[in-house]
Ligand binder design. Structure first.
Ligand SMILES: [Zn+2]
Length: 243
């Protein structure tokens, strides 16, 4: 509802919460980045092994081992980082809850001050703070002061599983690209498939981030090409010297 009391601005009941949308976009972006990691690291690994040997079982073993290690390491890293973030968010929220119980007047003034800082007049800011406090003081403070939705904290297990899954999906692409074609086509097919896939994930993540997509795509594609070129060189050396 608008400030003058008219009901013209009633929100549509099915309109998505902008914050919910932003967090969903964050998840999508994390998924695309995880897939990217899976593509690049597995591609580098299998191209390196394929440069040293034509044995499919060696390439498959290296690829599966790399995929598994990468997925677990991504999941563990994500679990730790989200847990840490969640712990500090929970600590901030319980501190806020305590302050609300102990000094409600001070907290009301603090909330009004936040809306004053956003450009409302002193009287309006006070009125907004009063109504929000009456409706759900804890939620109002969590959102205005901490930028947190207390009912929507990120689950570390969900983050861990989704990054492991996205890494695995990405890793499957170079693994299939190197194992399916005939031996002499393996490396060129993998290079081509990986660069095309990176161009796609680069475009998607740039669109989600709202940045300059051409430069972002170029960065991702060059990074992937570099990874494969370097491991290809190392694999050739290892293959020639018979390590
Ligand atoms: Zn507060």
């Amino acid at each position: 509802m608008s400030v003058d009391g008219s009901a013209a601005g009633e929100p549509h009941p099915h309109e998505p919460h902008t914050e919910g949308l932003a967090s969903r976009l964050n998840w999508l972006r994390a998924g695309v980045l995880g897939a990217n990691d899976g593509i690049v690291s597995t591609a580098g690994l299998v191209v390196g092994v394929a440069a040293a040997t034509t044995e499919s079982s060696a390439i498959l073993t290296a690829g599966i081992a790399g995929l598994t290690a990468g997925a677990i390491s991504m999941a563990a890293g994500e679990y730790v980082s989200v847990s840490t973030q969640r712990d500090s968010e929970k600590a901030l929220l319980s501190k806020e809850k305590r302050e609300l119980a102990e000094e409600p007047e001070f907290e009301l003034a603090e909330l009004a001050q936040i809306y004053r800082g956003k450009g409302l007049s002193a009287a309006t800011a006070r009125q907004v703070a009063l109504e929000l406090t009456e409706h759900d003081a804890f939620r109002a403070h969590a959102e205005a002061e901490l930028g947190l939705d207390p009912t929507e904290l990120t689950n570390p297990w969900a983050a861990a599983i989704s990054s492991a899954v996205s890494f695995t999906l990405g890793a499957l692409l170079p693994l299939l690209a190197i194992l399916l074609p005939p031996v002499s086509w393996r490396i060129p097919v993998t290079f081509a498939a990986v660069l095309v896939a990176l161009a796609i994930t680069g475009t998607v993540s740039a669109r989600l981030g709202g940045g300059d997509s051409r430069r972002a795509v170029l960065r991702v594609v060059i990074g992937g090409a570099l990874a494969m070129a370097v491991t290809y060189g190392i694999g050739q050396l290892a293959g020639v010297s018979g390590i």
